[in-house]
Design a protein around this ligand. Sequence first.
Ligand SMILES: [Mn+2]
Length: 326
Amino acid sequence: MGLIGPEEMAAAFDTLEKARTVVIATHIDPDGDAVGSALGLAGLLSKRGKEVAVYDRDPVPYNYKFLPGAETVSDRLPESCDLLCLLDCSSRERAGEKLAAWRGAAKSLCIDHHLTAATEADINLIYPEASATGELIYELALALDPDFGADVAVNLYTAILTDTGSFRYSNASPAAFAAAGDLVRRGVNPWDVTQQVYESHPLARIKLLALVLETLEISPSGQAASVTVTREMFAATGSNSEFTDGMINYPRSIAGVEVAFMVRETGDNEYKISFRSRGRVNVAELAAEYGGGGHHNAAGCRMRGTLAEINRRVFSLIEERLGSAS
Ligand SMILES: [Mn+2]
């Protein structure tokens, strides 16, 4: 009894069973759910004798390099394969231009839990109720190989752990806890995973955090707050965008703040905006207005303009939404 209905499960199972060569791809700037889901599925399929390649445009972030199979993730695509599995995103664009342009797969299967998901693939398993894509792969795992072991388990546990904010967010459902419990029973050591994911930061990250917190701005209402990351800060601390993971939680953690956002400089007058909501505002809708997407409480998009313009624009967007949401 899971989220994936019997017909969808049968279709996915059949498609996976028939494929001999599989490419598993996930979104750019991969997070714990992206990497954990991809490697979890890769582990299951390799054991069933498939030839599997895991594709990501970007390298595995330092705190997920401990995951079994992480060294196999690459930005190379084979000429062709029987099946492309797109995980934790639903459009090939989210996986980067190279994958979007690639026509090597005979068939495609998408597994995702984003609210704003598209249905571009031949088979789409899209369940926004799922805490993480990892929870959906867990359901598949029970069907594909009920005795799957600790290597797959640690990947799926990390996927669910990170997407639920360590089981603190509203998506920490009974199913997420149940899956995690079963994964621990299969050999996952929660403290080991915690240390790898949350307590193995390079010193540069903490130096960057100090600079980022200096940029904290809060709206007159006290309900919106922002932090900014510039390329200059990366250069000054010897860090890069993967070091910013989780920093947006600081402005949201302020009492009274409903929506927080982080503006990260990606190029000349080019910025990536990440949003976090406490729940009153659906930030996936907000991000979608600018061509982005995500979940009710966590979303992102890209914008062009000067930093000051973007800050003003986003603050007023949020204040507007807060006005209509209250
Ligand atoms: Mn996810």
